[in-house]
Design a binder for this molecule. Sequence first.
Ligand SMILES: NC(=O)c1ccc[n+]([C@@H]2O[C@H](COP(=O)([O-])OP(=O)(O)OC[C@H]3O[C@@H](n4cnc5c(N)ncnc54)[C@H](O)[C@@H]3O)[C@@H](O)[C@H]2O)c1
Length: 291
Amino acid sequence: MTEIRSVAVLGAGTMGCGIAQVAALGGFATHLYDLDGEVLMRARAAIERQLARGVELGKVESAAAATALGRLSLAAKIANAVAEADLVIEAVPESLAAKLALFAEVVRHAPAGAFLASNTSALSITEMAAASGRPERFAGLHFFNPAHVMRLVELVRGLETSDATVAVLRAAAERMGKEVVVVRDVPGFATSRINALVGNEAFRMLEQGVASAEEIDRAVRLGLNHPMGPFEMVDLVGLDTRLAILEHLHATLGEAFRPTNLQRQFVQAGRLGRKSGRGIYRYDEQGRRLP
Ligand SMILES: NC(=O)c1ccc[n+]([C@@H]2O[C@H](COP(=O)([O-])OP(=O)(O)OC[C@H]3O[C@@H](n4cnc5c(N)ncnc54)[C@H](O)[C@@H]3O)[C@@H](O)[C@H]2O)c1
């Protein structure tokens, strides 16, 4: 079986940072790229902080954290990020057009044998795979937020993803410390579909004045035993990312996924969640919730 040695992660936002961290910790030479240079600099600091925290909590050996940082390089150009990659993982915003444009660039610069993966939450893997011209070497690798903590990776098989690709990507995800569930390429896969529906219903309840966001979150945590409430969750996901997912699921799966006006307004107001400092709740620069 082909062995992955080098991984390129494209997009250094909420997900890309965590994916780069687990890739470096998993022993892969890791190149992280973002088209925004400032985001890239912040990403390195965020990864250093997360690794230091891992050491403090006894979850990561300090030597392993140092080695992982040594394996991580930042790339200001996509060509440099993917030039030697055996596996390219895309984590740019949830827009099919953006992802298609990115993969068109990737295939110009990456080795012909490189495997390609998208971290999309809901979009069609088969469509991206076809456009890349390497459909048998393409799959979804859907990490969860925060990617350095959450154990699951959904491995999404496009129509033409080969068995060999599934095997290689499964092994790579496992080396990153993840458990893998293989799913078929349907909108929203096995997880985003449920999560988006719950989050959308919570916004509908807020619009209807059922209770405050805090009270709905408290009810879901204490009564349904969810580790976080739906508004805490959407602040973590990013309201813009969730809205893009809902719009796609609404178009493909139907009315239940129609996004609420209230959520749209939050996005229009720039209240995107933790990453912008304010969503439903307020956060400091390190993403800690403010009273
Ligand atoms: N946020 C979540 O909870 C979550 C969970 C699982 C999967 N996802 C998926 O992961 C993907 C990324 O989501 P996110 O939440 O990290 O988004 P984000 O907005 O936090 O980060 C996206 C990053 O991509 C960069 N970017 C934009 N266009 C680019 C390009 N052409 N090339 C390189 N970088 C580019 C942006 O500067 C930004 O830093 C989406 O497809 C999303 O659906 C998100």
